[in-house]
Design a protein around this ligand. Structure first.
Ligand code: UFG
Length: 324
């Protein structure tokens, strides 16, 4: 298939391009390089375009005649979404709507969308499955949920076939070290710890040690970026035989506390980082762990890099010699 990877210069999008190319698909990247990296585009041509730019997107669709679109381009900082919600609704919702309109007009019916655990809001159960209520507590999560709603309606009205994949905590990097996670600023726990380990002066603290968890720090479900991408490939195949809109949660189903992550990072790098605790970061739920039973059952998805130290080691390889 020929696939448009929107946001293919970013962290998860670039890993997706590598996997797609390896599976024999043809990849075209659309990215405005707002947060993505030109150097991460290695598996197909880069079209520098913003997804909200309908006039520029149309000719790209005419030229390449895509079989499917995968959409990774979004702002994803929870705190920023609270202080600047228009930025999130404009890019994550309005611009995505423009992209979907072009797809409809050009007759491209398959869409795989990057959604998030943030659509659920405060967790109400140990393992979050697809039946968990969706009550986002910040504009980032709301923006992703709005697109999911748009996809369901577009599936009913226009015959769009769409899958939304709700990621828990994406982590790790290409095991070959060609691409990796490079955000500015970096807010995520594992890359912050690894940057510090690699000599960055970044001041990394544990945000909150008084949560109702066994060691008092927040628990998350870390999932290797390649395992996320593998689910996208399965979702694409699934859309061949299934009309409509479908959503799946993607995590390993195992929670690790921030302290456990710090310990695992120290084990991988072979020394202590001397990380101290600080106040809670506003908006962090105590525990977010996925049930991915549905993705396993329906898509046949099996995470291959589920071990936390394996995930961290792949990221460490990148952070020791980042290429962008
Ligand atoms: N943390 C620290 N110190 C740091 C950075 C993070 O203690 O320097 C903690 C956080 O407080 C949190 C955990 O590490 O408890 C994980 O934080 P991340 O920022 O790495 O990831 P989040 O769980 O906050 O974010 C993820 C996705 C978001 C999504 C969110 C949903 O990356 O896109 O889950 O809650 F919105």
């Amino acid at each position: 298939m020929r696939i448009l990877v929107v946001g293919g210069a970013g962290y998860i999008g670039s890993h997706m391009c590598k996997l797609l190319a390896g599976a024999g698909h043809e990849v075209v990247v659309a990215d405005n390089l707002g947060t993505g990296h030109r150097e991460a585009v290695q598996w197909g041509p880069l079209v520098e375009v913003s997804i909200g730019d309908v006039a520029a997107l149309g000719p790209v669709f005419d030229r390449y005649r895509f079989d499917a679109v995968m959409h990774f381009a979004a702002y994803s900082l929870v705190a920023e979404s609270v202080t600047d919600p228009f930025k999130y609704y404009q890019n994550n919702v309005a611009a995505t709507l423009a992209l979907l309109r072009v797809m409809r007009d050009k007759g491209v019916a398959r869409f795989v969308f990057s959604s998030t655990a943030a659509v659920f809001g405060e967790p109400q159960q140990e393992l979050i499955d697809e039946a968990h209520p969706v009550v986002p507590i910040n504009p980032y999560g709301a923006s992703k949920l709005m697109v999911e709603r748009v996809l369901a309606d577009a599936a009913a009205a226009y015959g769009l076939r769409a899958v939304a994949l709700r990621y828990f905590n994406a982590a790790g990097a290409d095991p070959e070290g060609l691409i990796g996670e490079s955000h500015e600023p970096e807010s995520h726990l594992i890359p912050r710890l690894l940057r510090r380990a690699a000599g960055d002066t970044l001041d990394v603290k544990i945000f909150g040690s008084d949560y109702p968890t066994p060691d008092g720090t927040c628990i998350r479900d870390y999932i290797h970026v390649n395992d996320l991408c593998a689910a996208h490939l399965l979702a694409l195949e699934y859309l061949d035989g299934h009309a409509g809109f479908h959503s799946f949660n993607l995590g390993n189903g195992t929670g690790y506390s921030v302290r456990q992550v710090v310990t695992a990072v120290e084990a991988v790098i072979g020394r202590s980082l001397g990380i101290e605790s600080a106040a809670r970061r506003p908006g962090d739920p105590a525990r977010l762990v996925a049930s991915s039973a549905l993705a396993r059952e329906v898509l046949g998805w099996r995470p291959a890099l589920a071990d936390l130290q394996t995930i961290i080691a792949s990221a460490w390889r990148w952070h020791q010699a980042p290429k962008f």
